[in-house]
Ligand binder design. Sequence first.
Ligand code: 9MR
Ligand code: 9MR
Ligand code: ZN
Length: 573
Amino acid sequence: MVLYPLVPHMKIALLLFASSAAFAADASLSIKLDQAGYLPDAPKIAVVAAPKPAAEFLVRSSAGDAVVLRGKLTAARPDADSGDAVQLADFSSLTAPGRYYLEVPGVGRSWNFAIGADVYRRAYYLAMRSFYGQRCGTAVDLGPEFPGYRHDACHLEGAWHASSGKTGPHVSRAGWHDAGDYGRYIVNSGISTGTLLWTWEMFAARVNPVKLNLPESGNGTPDILNEIKWNLDWMLTMQDDDGGVFPKQTSERFCGFVMPDKDTLVSYVVGTGQDPYKTSCSTADFAAVMAIAARAFRPFDRAYADRCLAAARKAWAWIALHPDVIFHNPPGMNTGAYGDSNCADERLWAAAELARSTGDAMYENYFLAHYAEFHPAATRPQSWANVGNLALWTYLLGGGKNPAAVAAIRRESLAAADGVVERTAANGYLNSLTGKDYEWGSNGNAANYAVQLLVANLIHPDLRYRNAALDNLHYLLGRNAFSLSFVTRLGENPFRHPHNRLGAPNGNTEPWPGLLSGGPNPTREDPLTRQLPPGTPPAKMYLDELGSYSTNEIAINWNAALVFTLAATLPAQ
Ligand code: 9MR
Ligand code: 9MR
Ligand code: ZN
């Protein structure tokens, strides 16, 4: 009896040929799996979405094609977000480290993937090192590993914009380019730098062994902190003498698709156009980040830690006087606004991080007077505009002293995480996204759900949390409607055309590495997605095109959540 229908002979010849090569050139996009791979002790599931349901799957060794496992696909079920009929291939019982691919008789073969304890090490390295690639104010060179991925020093001069209330030149130093544009924005730097500092605080033993090959490597400070400091140094330049923090440093309009050193538009420090010129959200985010930095840098650079803490305290004092100053782009300026009309969550985050770093009653009292406004906790993924989750979690993780607050935050955070676990298991592609989460930066939402689940796992260790976090990672690394790795240069089928000025004009055919795409977004906010057929399901509202900035830009906040997630998977040493 033939249990497993054979593929036609031609196809077998192709398979043999392809598997002896390093790359599965003929992989079927109908089989979707994590192209980096799976941890030996974690669930391993691929999604099959073929025009006609299939019955079985085989896992084969990439070297030699030996069948190492056979299994049955689950019955097809409809997935509303993608419009696909999905079947699952569960090969969790395969734990032997190695390189494999799936074969689904009647459908085809998959990309090659790995099983191993360190399958995400490369991903972590690329994703974290991409921040070095985003550096402003210096020459950047990715070195022999990526020859030609370089540029000369950029944006070395800055100026006060009229909206800042000041005139003349202003030092332009350091920082990360925000995204596919070369702006630097405090609000988005806030969640990005905060998430990376948390990565260090929570997973130091995991990230420490990974050398990032930075100019500072070997200076005695861990590489991840070396990289983070580059942005902290810029953030510090954005604080005014009165403690308030200007919201952004950008040109008046987006420059063309030129490398950063060829961007000649003036890099302005921008304000609100009227007294007090600085904004509450940027000042509060700044206070939170500097408070964490003070903790992280203390063992390595005491003076710097003191400086960060003093800056954070001063920022806090400013917000108390100016709690509701909102940013709008001044007339004639059309770079990003990161316009957030409610800074209560940013202020709570500042209070919580300052309380954690100093133990001062003043900060804790503010936190205790206001945390219940964020009830129930953690019902939305954290984002540049919503940092309330971070406030609540840092109170808990930092040993907050008020028993009622601790109990409530713990209970609500775990209940929220339980809900996320449940809907992840029910989702066609096993991600945590609700319909609402398909928006600009939906991949950032998936990564931030992973962060939420990993934080829940620290609050109350439970494999369900870790596994659901990994599910979101699998979605980002290829187990999605496009069978595409949403991280540049990672996996056998990564996206290739990010909306990114960096790289577009410098003659390299492949994009800069380690960058997470914003991902599917049904809002049709760019001209290319407006041409997608009406009724395209939200999870398919994505174009791997340079022009699709509303679905295919890269940005530091999305990458930071990816880095946190990858760091959690690394072996501790
Ligand atoms: O490149 C810009 C990107 O960084 C922004 O996220 C996006 C939305 O603000 O805008 C992009 O710039 C486009 C501009 O808004 C409209 N003209 C074309 C620009 C480049 O594609
Ligand atoms: O991530 C931001 C997203 O939530 C907004 O909907 C979008 C439009 O305002 O802007 C995104 O942020 C962009 C910023 O404004 C400028 N730099 C590029 C950012 C990523 O696209
Ligand atoms: Zn620059």
